[in-house]
Design a protein around this ligand. Structure first.
Ligand SMILES: C[S@@+](CC[C@H](N)C(=O)[O-])C[C@H]1O[C@@H](n2cnc3c(N)ncnc32)[C@H](O)[C@@H]1O
Length: 280
């Protein structure tokens, strides 16, 4: 379907969605103002095409008058793609550079902001378990999307995904069998209960700037790429405030702290995987 909206060229794109962003913020508490313009526009237009909505004002009317569509809208504009042991080299680096330092602590608190449906959190639980550290750890997964969070709490994933997750796991130089961590039931893989016991999943919006607590490790991968520079900077400050001194920030291969003001408070631990240690 051809949409009747004519999108302005970059720079003015944000103005185009101004009314939409106001409705989302004022009626529903979602603030997308400082998300990267290009990817937001792509996602919104895709939602409009799928739902045969022709103009941005028609979309605004729908969001005002049909409140139940908000969850669908949020599902479509937030990118929730994730995997277990995504980017296996990242886990090799965590094992080498982070896990051993955390092993000296009596209690370990780990935060995964933007955890989506939880696969990254459970991968971390497996890593901790294999190092004998799961029982004295607590893993907090947060996201703005409540639908993915309920999937995360269940820890049940499509069985067809296990082939890829097993292959990722093997690439982390794993010593065990990935099949030990789930039971298959029809077309579902149910993660073993001991992996879930040390996890808590709750709604948290990085835009609000609220520090949820203090942590020894924050893992935030494939989330900041959707934010503009201003918001990225605010979130880096939030991460810095949420880490204990000596704590680690792990951003993965796609995001860097190097251009941030808070960079001076961190020491680089792994350049490729963007892992940092808070030193002041
Ligand atoms: C691509 S997923 C990343 C999942 C996982 N970290 C990974 O790398 O596999 C991005 C997640 O960020 C979440 N997200 C987007 N904006 C957010 C915000 N303001 N606060 C918290 N989470 C957010 C989305 O809902 C989505 O689940």
């Amino acid at each position: 379907m051809a949409l009747s909206i004519t999108l302005p060229t970059s720079g003015k794109v944000r103005n185009h969605w101004q009314s939409l962003y106001s409705i989302l913020r004022e009626l529903y508490g979602y603030d997308f103002n400082d998300y990267a313009d290009a990817s937001m526009t792509r996602r919104i237009v895709r939602y409009m095409e799928l739902n045969k909505i022709r103009t941005s004002s028609e979309l605004c009317d729908k969001l005002i008058n049909k409140r139940m569509i908000i969850q669908d809208f949020v599902n479509d504009v937030t990118v929730n793609v994730t995997e277990m042991f995504r980017d296996p080299e990242f886990y090799i680096s965590l094992q080498k550079n982070v896990i051993q330092s955390l092993n000296n602590l009596p209690y370990i608190r780990i935060w995964h902001p933007g955890c989506s449906s939880g696969e990254e959190v459970y991968s971390m639980a497996i890593l901790l378990y294999e190092n004998g550290m799961l029982e004295n750890s607590m893993l907090y997964g947060t996201d703005i999307n409540t639908e993915v969070l309920s999937k995360a709490r269940k820890g049940i994933y499509p069985l067809r995904n296990m082939k890829e997750y097993t292959s990722n796991y093997i690439k982390t130089d794993a010593k065990y069998s990935f099949a030990e961590y789930y039971t298959a039931s029809y077309d579902a893989a149910i993660l073993r209960a001991f992996l879930k016991r040390r996890t808590v999943f709750s709604k948290h919006d990085l835009v609000t700037g609220v520090v949820p607590d203090e942590f020894n490790l924050i893992v935030c991968r494939n989330v900041l790429i959707y934010f503009n520079r201003d918001l990225q900077e605010r979130v880096f400050k939030l991460f810095c405030d949420s880490l204990y001194l000596g704590g680690f920030l792990a951003l993965g291969p796609r995001e860097t702290l190097l251009l941030s003001d808070v960079n001076r408070r961190f020491e680089l631990v792994d350049k490729k995987e963007n892992i940092y240690k808070k030193i002041k």
